[in-house]
Design a protein around this ligand. Sequence first.
Ligand code: ARG
Length: 281
Amino acid sequence: MLWLLFLTLSGLGGSVPLFPDPGSGRPQGGIAGTHDAPTGRWPWQVSLRRYNKGLELWQHVCGGSLIHHQWVLTAAHCTQREDLEAGGFRVQVGRMRLYDHDKPTNVTQVIRHPEFNQSLSAEGGADIALLKLEAPVTLSEHINLVTLPPASLKVPERKMCWVTGWGYIRLGAPLPPPYQLQEVTVPIVENRVCNQLYQNSSNSFGEIIKDDMLCAGSEGQDSCQGDSGGPLVCSWNCTWVQVGIVSWGDICGHRDFPGVYARVMSYISWIRQYVPPSPGS
Ligand code: ARG
């Protein structure tokens, strides 16, 4: 997950990112970036796997979240290769560390949103997919479901929410062993503001941030490669509600490019076509 500490040199007509000294150790909270997530805090976080023949390993490719005993919510672009069907994926639930006592579960069904466009990928929107697990998981201290929002939920601008994952922790820097789940708090950025930021930097005038997307992040606080499909959650009255799915973004942790998420509220009725509400949620 992602953090990129960008010190900006301005006044030269552009900004030049400087990276922190890689020898300065792991970030431990503070002004920028992620830190190790405490055990049991994000029990719905899952790791989506594909088999890597060379490594002989079910390799982490994306995050996801448990929304039902037998269903995982993820990003459609994580399931993108058309030749890959359910048998090409597995899901590891209930672990803080990747590959630690690995026992990934088979996936029996992959349902991509019909409006997801393979060639536009995440940036085209509808970046949402459901994975059905072979067998229901047993809930425990380490495995639990995240609450879905009502379709009408409005997420206030600047509300601090959380994103979790095993993605890159810096530009070009994969999470090092022991691959502990990372968490970072990110402020919600209004769609209009986010669209403006992306337009300014790309000299484009079209709508970049669509209505079914949601932006969050600030300088040094963002998701990054490998976090895709994972949950963005906000707390209301002590309940964590998943409002976003990690989808895309330009440069991780750059102040001019907030992370872009699939807006879960836009897809509640689609999810409910396949996934029944769980008792108590
Ligand atoms: N597309 C990336 C993935 O597949 C997620 C990128 C998120 N980027 C960002 N700046 N928030 O893992």
